[in-house]
Every structure is written in C-alpha cells, then in structure tokens.
Ligand binder design. Structure first.
Ligand code: FES
Length: 156
C-alpha cells in the first residue's frame, strides 16, 4: 500500500501500489467529471503534483499532448487518469474550480454570482470567473464547448 496526501483538502488516501491516481480519488468520493471517460483527452482530472513526482508513473505521450492544450499547465501538471502511484511521499494538489460539461448545469444560477470558477472541460480555461454574475450571454460559451466535447468523446 502507498499513501498520497491531498491538498488543500487535507485528506490522505491509501492505495495499492500501481493504482491509478484517478481511481484513488474516485474511491474517496471526489466528484470528477471525466469528460473523456478516463482516456487522457480532457482536463477534468487535472491535478498538480507538489511532491514526489518521481513516485508516479511517467507521463504518457497522450498525456503530454493533452497537457499542451491545457491553460495554466506546468511541469507539476498530471492527468490523474494517466498516472499510477508507485511510491511514497506524493503530495497532490486538487485544482480549484468546477469543470462544466453543459450549460444546463448552470441555468439555475443565471443572475447569481458564481461561487467558484467554472472551467472548460478540455482546456481548463475559466469560462465564468468566481464572483462574476452568471448571464445567458456567458452560457453561450458552452455551446461551442459542447460541440468540442462531442468530438472528443468520438475520439475516445
Ligand atoms: S478523465 Fe479525461 S483526461 Fe483524465
């Protein structure tokens, strides 16, 4: 068994050696959209590894390619569906914000201030920033996104 610290939630997970990081997070009931179905093609399982990056399996070519399109990705970025826990001392930071796959999920918030950043599920870009008023115009951004998601799912 191996242990992974989760920040900023202050949680710790215990997983069998070789477990996919994503599966460990799901076992802890973290809500992850997995827009591509765990195929390494979207941003919804993006995490940052703050310590112990060498204790995870190396980036896959698909992961490298996807991270190039992800806003704000850096050397600490990993896709949880593409990496496996191999050793101890790993600290993973879960990104703030909520990935959104359709405008329907936000319709009930029209006219209210967003309590979190709402993020594009492929690029990770902020579509509606925290404290912005959610408007119908902003929700139009999701029309393009829905088409991009459809294409992505066909590739997966
Ligand atoms: S779930 Fe899409 S890249 Fe991990």
């Amino acid at each position: 068994m191996k242990h992974v610290e989760l920040t900023p939630v202050g949680n710790r997970m215990e997983v069998a050696t070789g477990t996919r990081l994503l599966d460990g997070l799901l076992a802890l009931k973290f809500e992850l959209d997995m827009a591509c179905g765990g195929k390494g093609l979207c941003a919804t399982c993006h995490v940052r590894v703050r310590q112990g990056e060498d204790e995870l399996s190396p980036r896959t070519p698909r992961e490298e390619r996807t991270l190039k399109f992800l806003a704000g990705a850096d050397d600490s970025s990993r896709l949880a569906c593409q990496c496996h826990v191999l050793g101890e001392g790993i600290v993973v930071e879960l990104p703030e914000g909520v990935y959104v796959q359709s405008a329907e999920k936000l319709i009930g918030l029209i006219g209210e201030r967003a309590e979190v950043d709402y993020l594009h599920p492929i690029t990770g870009k902020i579509l509606i920033g925290k404290s912005k008023i959610v408007t119908r115009t902003l929700l139009q951004l999701f029309v393009t996104m829905s088409e991009e998601l459809r294409v992505l799912r066909e590739q997966a």
